[in-house]
Design a protein around this ligand. Structure first.
Ligand code: EPZ
Length: 421
């Protein structure tokens, strides 16, 4: 098993290239199954989850031809139906995103229920209700989602999402591109990754309006065409490096990052004493000034993203004053707290809230990663901690961060990857 060994106390200085967004790439790879013409995706991040999704769509006969480290041509001409097995879906919940495309293209789909993960139960009821609103018969048979379209195919309709679920919005949008007539999605998620999926589908020939707002309209069925799409930069990776710069009192230029995609994160970091300003190449983050704790509540975009909550908690642990962090999106996303406490953080949990008492001098220690964002939070805390921090189970990290240790070394961090028994 690989571990990361970090010698803390060094400022980060320099520039980091922000990769394409994992959470934009995953639905776009699934969306290629909808088309009968090739899709060229540029800006693909080299992370384990993208590899897993590429392998999954290849199992349906989609041909993947790599064109360099961050680009691939996906040819769906010979795609055929198949079941998404429990083994792949349980390892990566985003596999459920093939459900809509398989149903829309082949008239039926069988996808294993993903089950829960470390951060929560992760139900998919909103995905299933969205497909039913397009005329599908959807049931569960022995842990497998079984969906069947009407004989003439899916029919456009009105989908009202009970909550602005990112995945359910994406499932609805993808399936609607092959439905006959207009579909309207209300209470849609507004995330940049949803907007980027819409842009990719439009490049492929779809007619979609309103992506990025609560109301998305799709006119189907689509006449598909060959397309090329550049994946939007990863705002969560950008936010992660911004917090890493701040916690070390450093200064980083994040090339490719968009300040507007950081939305409330930018506000929170500025209130905490971090200075952010756009540059020709992206975004400069200056964390050299004094830092103070700011209360944060995670919310659907454009609110503070749940995927940056753990990273922010590490920063709040060293900033002056206290910060109340409320997690409203997932029910169990505080597993990083006991590990942060091992490094000397002072955090008190009360249900879905965490009171972080700041001003702490963190001290290095062995810690264990539990999920993707919790693991990067521990790396960030290790960068600020005095002495050596060893983060184990870094396979969680490799799911969503491309070359994290190498990028940090290039900015002055003392971090190395070791394989230990
Ligand atoms: C996406 O997950 C992201 N994953 C998550 O990132 C991210 O944390 C999440 O959106 C919220 O922003 C990908 O895009 C691959 P949701 P998703 O549906 O779509 C409940 C990471 O670290 N819900 O918006 O699964 C759900 O339980 C990952 O990169 C239902 O109740 O998130 C949760 O409480 C982690 N029924 C809330 O909605 C449903 O049918 C938000 O979930 C679907 C979701």
């Amino acid at each position: 098993m690989d571990v990361l060994v970090i010698e803390g106390g060094r400022r980060l200085e320099g520039a980091v290239a922000i990769a394409g967004a994992k959470n934009a790439a995953l639905p776009q790879i699934a969306a290629a199954l909808l088309s009968d013409a090739p899709v060229r995706l540029a800006g693909l991040p080299r992370v384990a989850d993208v590899e897993t999704m590429l392998r999954l769509v290849e199992s349906y006969g989609l041909v993947v031809e790599h064109a360099g480290p961050h680009e691939a041509v996906l040819d769906p001409a010979a795609a055929r139906n198949g079941e998404a097995p429990y083994d792949s879906v349980r390892r990566m919940r985003a596999s459920v995103l093939v459900l809509g495309p398989l149903l829309a293209r082949f008239g039926e789909a069988r996808v294993s229920l993903p089950g829960g993960c470390a951060i929560g139960a992760r139900p998919v009821d909103l995905h299933l209700k969205a497909l039913a609103a397009l005329g599908a018969e959807v049931g569960i048979e022995a842990g497998v989602i079984v969906a069947e379209a009407p004989a003439g195919g899916l029919v456009g309709g009105r989908i009202v999402l009970a909550s602005p679920s990112v995945g359910a919005t994406e499932t609805a949008m993808m399936a609607a591109t092959r439905a006959r007539g207009e579909t309207e999605i209300l209470n849609a998620a507004r995330d940049p990754e949803v907007q980027d999926l819409a842009a990719c589908l439009v490049a492929m020939g779809a007619t979609i309006e309103g992506a990025g707002t609560h109301r998305i309209r799709i006119a189907g069925p689509t006449t598909w065409r060959a397309a090329r799409h550049e994946i939007v930069p990863d705002r969560i990776e950008a936010g992660t490096y911004a917090i890493a710069a701040a916690i070390t009192g450093g200064r980083l230029e994040l090339s490719g990052a968009h300040l507007e995609h950081l939305a409330v994160v930018g506000e929170v970091l500025e209130s905490a004493g971090v200075r952010l300003f756009p540059t020709d190449r992206g975004l400069m983050v200056d964390g050299t000034g004094p830092l103070r704790g700011v209360d944060v509540t995670t919310e659907p975009y454009p609110g503070f993203p749940t995927d940056l909550q753990a990273q922010y908690m590490a920063l709040a642990s060293v900033a002056e004053g206290a910060a109340l962090v409320r997690e409203t999106v997932f029910e169990n996303r505080f597993m990083h707290v006991p590990e942060l406490s091992r490094l000397g953080a002072d955090i008190r949990l009360e249900g879905t809230s965490a009171l972080v008492r700041g001003g702490r001098k963190l001290k290095g220690a062995p810690v264990m990663a539990t999920d993707l964002r919790a693991s990067v939070c521990l790396v960030i805390a290790g960068l600020a901690a005095q002495g050596e921090t060893v983060v184990s189970r870094v396979y969680h990290l490799d799911r969503g961060y491309e070359e994290l240790d190498r990028k940090l070394v290039r900015c002055g961090a003392a971090i190395r990857r070791e394989t230990r028994a």
